[in-house]
Design a protein around this ligand. Sequence first.
Ligand SMILES: NC(=O)c1ccc[n+]([C@@H]2O[C@H](COP(=O)([O-])OP(=O)(O)OC[C@H]3O[C@@H](n4cnc5c(N)ncnc54)[C@H](O)[C@@H]3O)[C@@H](O)[C@H]2O)c1
Length: 300
Amino acid sequence: MSGHKCIVTGGAGFIGSHVVDLLIELGHDVVILDNLSTGRTSNLNPKATLHRVDIRDLDTIRPHFKGCRWVFHAAAWPRIQPSFDDPVTHEQINVVGTVNCLLAARDAGVGRFIYFGSSAVYGTPDEIPTTENAGIHCYNPYALHKYSGEQYCLILGRHWGVPAVSLRMFNVYGPRSYNFGQPNSAYSPVIGIFHHLNKQRQPLTITGTGGQSRDFVHVRDVAHAFVATAESGISWDVFNVGCGTSHSINEIARRISDQIVYIAERPNEAAITHADIGKIKRLVGWEPKITLDKGLDMLE
Ligand SMILES: NC(=O)c1ccc[n+]([C@@H]2O[C@H](COP(=O)([O-])OP(=O)(O)OC[C@H]3O[C@@H](n4cnc5c(N)ncnc54)[C@H](O)[C@@H]3O)[C@@H](O)[C@H]2O)c1
């Protein structure tokens, strides 16, 4: 198979860098557009080409889309609490940045545009397991931005003929998830934080009772979901990407350490996330392969 030119925005970040690695393993040519604001050079695949650009600036990103077949749009500021502190910057990156990428994709005539959506849009869901038809309840600016970005992909994508799809990821974990040099790292994914604290021989800190539960999906499985969606003929649709199971934070913490302390609850976050992944299994043919036990054993 000859490779396609692929763009991964945010390809120096946690999830984007795993999508880059998989695309390169599959023989594709990968161009990363990233301003390294939360991403790290150590995540960069040496076989990919990095352009250090900001997705808020359409003129600088546009030329890179020429000849591109697939766009994977991961770039965002993906943290909940900071989105309350600086909602304007988060809106510009997460929403306006997405529209800019769609414009550049339209002008280049790309074959598929895959958006990194989030289960944050379901809030505390009104159905468990949660299907893609569940109600939208945005509890924080981040969730609202992710929903706006996704809807722009579907509305403008249809209008312009850009074949866009959104994957609403649940809690993604795995290597590179925790970036302790980064000011927003206090809000990094919980498994990454627990693993880091345990390696530092510090007690794990649980917010609230620890009874809140999450659907954890390994980042390698997530990368496969993105590539499978790019290869599918599907456009203008939304899919959940999770494991289809839910584990409490207490349960996860106890699997990693017996040293646990409880701190104040964080407001505006969901009590439970639990994906129904029937739709992506049926229409894209993707399902997760890495169980939570195996994924926790694979942490570096
Ligand atoms: N981590 C999760 O569990 C999770 C769950 C659901 C959705 N998502 C979404 O997946 C995507 C990736 O998240 P992540 O956890 O890998 O985050 P991350 O912070 O590790 O990666 C984001 C990347 O985007 C880059 N970036 C940020 N602003 C930019 C800008 N203005 N211009 C160019 N590049 C910019 C950063 O430098 C970084 O490399 C985000 O869109 C996020 O909303 C993540």
